[in-house]
Design a protein around this ligand. Structure first.
Ligand code: FAD
Length: 434
């Protein structure tokens, strides 16, 4: 195939689909290449879909997208081995259309998104792996695939090939990924009748709940767990920093953690009877602001997980993926309209658009979070134990007066962290989220 395209998009996840759709919709000649058998076949996500990012690309997506439940309640639970302390936020405002977030099943959602990309006019080729970028000096001019019978050329190549982008590394656009900059996450989908889910989570038809979990379940490693309600299934998962898995003397595997989470007394009743239909493991970029590589150059741009665009504080990987895909595509569309070549200078408008958007603003705001969390395992061990212990003491009625209990609680905090430790931890938290 010696055809010349306006743009080649590598990957058909949320970032690649956002880029390919936006470009094709604007009338550009787009080739999208996906190594999976179909879009979604290789992808892993919880998954929460954020409406705002998709609305900016396909405003009427709610009409036919495969959405599971809209989220009306967010729970945050801190666990020790036998208890949890939680905060729940539920609002009727989240129960009014247009809904803000939905659970989705990625395999179905990616297929739907991809059908929109093709309707918009892009050419999608699956079961084809891009093996390297073709360069003329510093300029990327196309791609070489394991199929297609040769090289394919384009004015610009958008790398949307996910975390640990082999292509970007081979081309020297970013260094090898560090174990401290990625989390390894595992998840299962457990099927159960809709009515059972609705009763257990106190929700109506189409309403959903998100539970984010931290504490003893990650055995002191930096990480979190999650439980989401789909239409007739639950997604449960846990992820920790890869460097922590490697350093863990207990050699706990991600699956061991998930198994432990499923057996936790607060979780087991929620998932009881669920029939496991899908199990998957995947990396999540967690390096944050300081780990973002250069994301554009002569004839190329990087979007989504490939560029490490995941916000360590809120995750929202697909939100950032779709937004970066759209911004990269808009940069190309404007450049084409102005008759500009796809040089690094022209494509620097992509970085400017990222900087002006919530993507880089949020990444910058939480830039210290990865380092703070790495240096502070106590947030995942000592504090969950202290807080659940304090709650137990406070709510156990045993003839001990409340003032004595309060003193004992303060004493337990001081014994575990000393005043200096407590003040230091408060400062670290402030530094991580300011
Ligand atoms: P991907 O979705 O990884 O897509 C990359 C695509 O490129 C793949 O289809 C792959 O097959 C293809 N590809 C790769 N290399 C090549 C090649 N050489 N040639 C051709 N094709 C190639 N985010 C959220 O917003 N909400 C969540 O609830 C959430 N939960 C998550 C839970 C888990 C367990 C995990 C692992 C991640 C979660 N994320 C979540 C993050 C989210 O999944 C990612 O941020 C998002 O998928 C990134 O999209 P992407 O298009 O950049 O990359």
């Amino acid at each position: 195939m010696a055809e010349q395209f306006d743009a080649i998009v590598v990957g058909a996840g949320p970032s690649g689909n956002a880029a390919a759709y936006t470009l094709a919709k604007a009338g550009l000649k787009v080739l999208q290449i996906e190594r999976g058998e179909y879009p979604g076949s290789k992808n892993v996500q919880g998954a929460i879909l954020y409406s705002d990012a998709l609305e900016k690309i396909i405003p009427d997506f709610r009409e036919d997208a495969p959405l599971e439940r809209h989220i009306i309640e967010q729970r945050m639970w801190m666990l020790d081995d036998r208890s949890f302390v939680g905060s729940h936020f539920r609002s009727e405002d989240y129960n009014q259309p247009p809904y803000n977030r939905y659970t989705i099943i990625r395999a179905q959602f990616d297929k739907w998104f991809s059908s929109k990309v093709r309707e918009a006019g892009a050419l999608l080729i699956c079961e084809t792996t891009v093996e390297q970028l073709l360069q003329d000096g510093d300029k990327v001019v196309g791609v070489r695939c394991d199929r297609l019978g040769g090289d394919v050329f384009a004015d610009v190549v958008i790398l949307a090939d996910g975390v640990n982008s082999t292509l970007a590394r081979k081309a020297g656009f970013h260094p090898d990924i560090q174990a401290k900059d990625v989390a390894l996450a595992v998840k299962e989908i457990l099927f159960m009748p809709e009515e059972v889910i609705q009763q257990r989570f106190n929700i109506g038809e189409n309403e959903g709940v998100v539970i984010e979990l931290m504490g003893s379940v990650t055995e002191g490693m930096v990480g979190t767990g999650f439980l989401y309600t789909n239409k007739d299934s639950l997604t449960i998962g846990v992820g920790c920093m890869l460097s922590d898995f490697k350093a863990n003397p207990l050699r706990t595997t991600p699956y061991d953690l998930l198994d432990k989470l499923k057996k936790h007394p607060a979780i087991a009743p929620l998932i009881a009877g669920g029939e496991m239909k899908e199990y998957a493991a995947h990396l999540i970029p967690e390096g944050g602001f300081h780990a973002i590589p250069k994301v554009y150059g002569d004839g190329w741009m990087i979007v989504g997980d490939s560029g490490g665009f995941v916000n360590a504080a809120h995750r929202e990987g697909s939100n950032l993926a779709m937004t970066t895909g759209r911004l990269a595509a808009e940069t190309v569309i404007h450049a084409k309209a102005a008759g500009q070549a796809m040089t690094a200078r022209t494509l620097s408008a992509y970085k400017a658009a990222l900087d002006a958007s919530f993507v880089m603003k949020d990444l910058k705001k939480y830039r210290n979070m990865p380092d703070v969390l790495h240096a502070s395992p106590q947030f995942f061990t000592t504090y969950p134990d202290l807080v659940t212990g304090a709650m137990k003491k406070l709510f156990t009625v045993d003839g001990v007066d409340k003032l004595t209990k309060e003193k004992e609680i303060m004493g337990s905090f001081k014994a575990a962290r000393k005043w200096t430790g407590l003040v230091g931890d408060a400062f670290k938290l402030w530094r991580a989220v300011r």
